[in-house]
Each structure stands twice: as structure tokens, then as C-alpha cells.
Design a protein around this ligand. Sequence first.
Ligand SMILES: NC(=O)NC(NC(N)=O)C(=O)[O-]
Ligand SMILES: [Zn+2]
Ligand SMILES: [Zn+2]
Length: 467
Amino acid sequence: MGSNYDLIIKNGNVVLENKVETLDIAIKDGKIVQIGKHMDVKGEVIDAENSFVLPGMIDVHVHFSEPGREHWEGFVTGSHALAKGGCTTFFDMPLNGIPSTINVPAFHQKGFIGEEKSVINFGLWGGLVPGNLEELAGLAEKGVIGFKAFLSPTGTPEFENVDDLTLMEGMKKIAKANKVLALHSESGDLVSRLAEEKISQGKFSADDYSSSRPVIAEVEAVSRALVFAEETGCSIHFVHISSAKAVDLITEAKRKGLDISVETCPHYLWFNQSSLVDKGAVAKCAPPLRVEAERKSLWEKVSLGEIDMISSDHSPCPTEDKEKFANDYFKAWGGISGGQSSLEAFFDKAYYDYNLSLPQIAKLTAENAAKRFGLFPDKGMIREGSDADLVILNPDINNQCKQEDLLYKHPHSPYVGETFRCKVTHTICHGNLVYEQLKNKVFNNRGKWLKVISGVREKNGERFNEY
Ligand SMILES: NC(=O)NC(NC(N)=O)C(=O)[O-]
Ligand SMILES: [Zn+2]
Ligand SMILES: [Zn+2]
């Protein structure tokens, strides 16, 4: 008779650090306790034959808008949607909720709500805005993932973009606190002035909006941010990068020794600028979807390993904030609801069209994020001793995204109607089954609030965090 475990995943093609092997995974008390072949064990079994078992997606960039705008999304609907999409940990951005997460009381307020409502693990970004320099050290001490700032207007009145002095002084403080600054990088001057120009000419179409936020706006902002990084020694994480040219600058800076990371989002890899014309404002985001040649160049960067991670930038809103501005692409909400489809959309093209290896895919969807933001070695990789945060994905199901399957508070998404050549069948968070395709159900679970107190290192050089 075998030993007793809480859950065993049998016969899956398990994606390990550098290889894929058909193995069984035994789980107890939320941890992976044993990985082996044909294990003779007792406990509840999930049969993963012909499927891949990957580390649960770590989505470092979502906007759940709670507290204050939970009528836009919230931790319940947001976490349910992500769980169904194969995500086991997300980091919520400091804006779109009210209050913004720009001081310790706001951080605690949001975190307590998340602990009560989220079915998967989460961490919280703090904000860097004009006027909150004195709050940064306290937020770092309490365990924010890092800080987020905008170089262009944010679209929400409660969260102001930074001026250069705030940016520079903020970066000094963030460097001192051993944290990372996440940057929305578009030149505020260029995008604001180009938008004004279009609007004054009565031009409001999808292509007018797209051309008001050109690639040069991203490239200029990235290059400026890199100058500040060099000056201050602050680590930067570039969010939702949409152009190969910006990636080139980032790669060059990494080679020079700057501590930089970069994410892109599945929508820049799946859609192109014409999708905004075809799909309507539901596909509006900033930076905007790019032309087809750019989408292909961005995939090349992913293949070359120059992109560190894939995030959804799930930025929801009531459907009417998209629909009532069908003829004015400048007024429609800027942000794509895509969190539930991110892993499937990325996996589809990465695996079938661009021949990324499975370990490479896992690095982009989990491992690199865990390492960058202090969750490794507990999370981000399947190995004995790590947290049992897993996703089982069947690569042989043709899976069309339908509106009625979306769990967002407002079930709109540009992915509706798209077909993925894979399907998440199970999501397991801390050893608990949180989503099962056969039952078409998200189960109750208490996600953990991951407070990352960085800068403390274990003897073996691996980061130790308090959560
Ligand atoms: N306020 C937002 O949610 N903004 C987001 N909007 C997008 N990406 O269109 C973002 O990340 O910039
Ligand atoms: Zn942004
Ligand atoms: Zn965002």
C-alpha cells in the first residue's frame, strides 16, 4: 500500500525546468512532495494522460478595480476568471480601484478584501505618483510586489502619471528599498498632443486612435526610462511592451548590466491593428494593437528569449464604456479584458506556430515572474518541495472562446469568437482543485496574499520571502 497524499496527478506530461517527462505528482498540505514514475500511492487522483502539467500561470499585471470600482470587476469575478484560465497567482495594479494603492492603509484595505474573496494567490503593486514619495519605504516594508508608475496619462483621475522629478526621486527610493519599478512607457507628450490633433480634426476612428500612439512614443519613453535607471540604479520592469524596437533597447540595456525585465501581452501577439477595426472598441488598449509586421517581430523577440514574461494586462470595464463610444475610439475605455484567455492564447501560438519548447513556455508564463518578483523557489517551477500551484492543459482540444464562458463581471473580450488549439482542464492552487473543466466549475478556495519582503537571502543564495 502506498503512502497517503491529498492529491495525485497521474500520467501527465510534466513540464520541468529543462525537459518534459511523463510523471506522477503527489501533493500534500499544499506542496509537491514527490514526483516519480508510476507511483503506487493512495489519495484522490486526477488523470492527466495526454495533457501537459505546467506551473500555474503567474499573471503579474491585472486591474481588478476593487475597492471602489468593483462594479467593473472585483476579486471574486476576476479571480474566478483567471482560475478558469489556468492562473494560480496574480499581481493587482495600484490603479482603477479607489483608493489607489499609494499608501499603507490603502494597501491593507485592498489586501484584506483580496484575502476574503480571491480563490487564487495574489500580490499587490504599490503606486508611485506625484506626492507619495514618503509612502514608498512603508509600502516596501509591508510587502508590495514593487511599484508602478505611468509616463503618460492613466485614463483614471485618481492616479496621476509621474513628472520627471517624481520619477527620479521615486527611483532612488525604490532602489534603496530593493524593489522593482514597473513602468507604463509611452511618451505622455507625444500621445497627448497627437490625440488632441486628431480630435480637433474630427477624426475618431480606430486607425486614428492607433496612429495617435505610435511605436516611437513607446521607444522614446523606454529610452528615457533607461537613462533614469542608469542614473539611479533602480530596477525596472517594462509592462505591456508592444514593439520590437523597444525590446531592442531593453536587451541592449540588460547587456550593459542594468537590472531590467520586460513583459508583453497575448493580445499584442494574437491580434493586429486591423483587429481594432474589425472587433471594435473591445480591442482598444494602450499601447494599441500594432500592425501585422510588428506582431510578427514581437514573436521573434519572444522566440529569441528577449521577452521575460507574458501578462494579461486584464483591464476590464462595464461593457457600455466600450459600446457607447463605438464611434469615438478616443473616448472608449482603454483596456482589454483578456485574463481568462491569456494562457490558452499564448500557448496556442507559442506551441503550434512558433515552436517554443514547453520549458520555454513555462518560463514565460510562470518561472521568470516568480524569480523576478521574489516568489521562487516556492512558486514558478514544478519540483519537489515547491507549492502545488499547477495547471493541466490539453493540447488536443479545439476550444472556441464564447461570451457565455467568460467569468468576468462584464463578459466582453476581443477573444470572443477566436479558437484556441488547447484547453485548460484543471487548475490547482496550493493543492486544491480550483477549476475543473468537466464540471465547468470554479471551486471555493482561499487564495493567499503574497507579501514580498525582499532583500533577505538564504544561505544557498535563494530568496527568502515572508508570506
Ligand atoms: N488604467 C488602466 O487600466 N490602464 C491600462 N490600460 C491599457 N493597457 O489600455 C494600462 O495598463 O495602461
Ligand atoms: Zn499600462
Ligand atoms: Zn495595465
